[in-house]
Write a protein that binds this ligand. Sequence first.
Ligand code: SF4
Length: 358
Amino acid sequence: MTDQSLQNFDIRTFQEQMLQWYDDNKRDLPWRQTKDPYKIWVSEVMLQQTQVNTVIPYFERFMRKFPTVYHLAEADEQTVLKKWEGLGYYSRARNLHEAAREVVAIYGGQVPEEPKQLATLKGVGPYTKGAILSIAFNQPEPAVDGNVMRVYSRLLKIEEDITKYRVKKQFEETVRQTIPAHNPRDFNQSIMELGALICTPREPMCLLCPVQQHCKAFAAGIERDLPIKKKNKKQKVIPYVALLIQNDQGDFIIEQRPASGLLANMWQFPMVPIEEIGRDHLENWLYGEYGLHISLKEERGKLRHVFTHLIWEITVFTAETTDTAPLDKRLRIVQPSELETFPFPVSHLNMMKFLQEF
Ligand code: SF4
């Protein structure tokens, strides 16, 4: 693919057109006002799987709280998760935090600009590495994500499945050959920007595209058919019962999730995989699992939360307990006003609306 796909492709004109278009059209985003590698790194991690408009307020709050890599390295994990609360994919925050500690401990607080060193940091994969190296350090490194693969698959009419590792690696090599040595920083961002504003997934605006003259998919009238992406396997649906448990002093019981796996170390209202346990055994299971005595009150509503590979279907119940002392070490008894100090995933933040009805 690499050699043939660039045949008859006027790389130099393409580069010039992209850089000019970027100069004229780039959005004024907070992370574009800096070349600080730490800030660019944070922004790139936040932007993975997340819309720009969602990221902006998170980025600004995060920077106020952790303005340098030292501030982030010194913070405790719960504070970092709290600042990430609602943004999803929390392993990104945990990896970033751990990597910030590595940068301070190993590299004296300087984000490494040597590709091999940068790649060893926790959570820094090929895309993030390429984005930091090109945007912060102006190095001619490709930063290839789904957005960039969409643009290149159309431009070069590459009809291969972009979910395959081998194909992604080939894209990286192809993109690498098109990066201008004099301005990798703006060039890589111009491709990302084209993918975000013009060469969008469903309705690419080819008539406004600055590089339409080079686009092989447009010429063939198949731009909407690319990229080719193998469909995700159907997500597994898991029914849960979540419990808003209050004791007679009005305190709530919350639970910390395990230290590894999905939403690791986040907090939630106790949640029971109800199909596995069975509705009739719910109280007994809670006693066996946590030493917690409850009596179930009423159903308050249902919520659905979609992850990449699974879906939680949650039925929310209120419940009472007579327990007032700390129970299992995963559980905490907290006053309603304290709930907001713990990092909760979105599904459980949404559940809090039921608390207002208490
Ligand atoms: Fe994308 Fe259309 Fe431009 Fe081709 S012409 S790169 S499909 S926007």
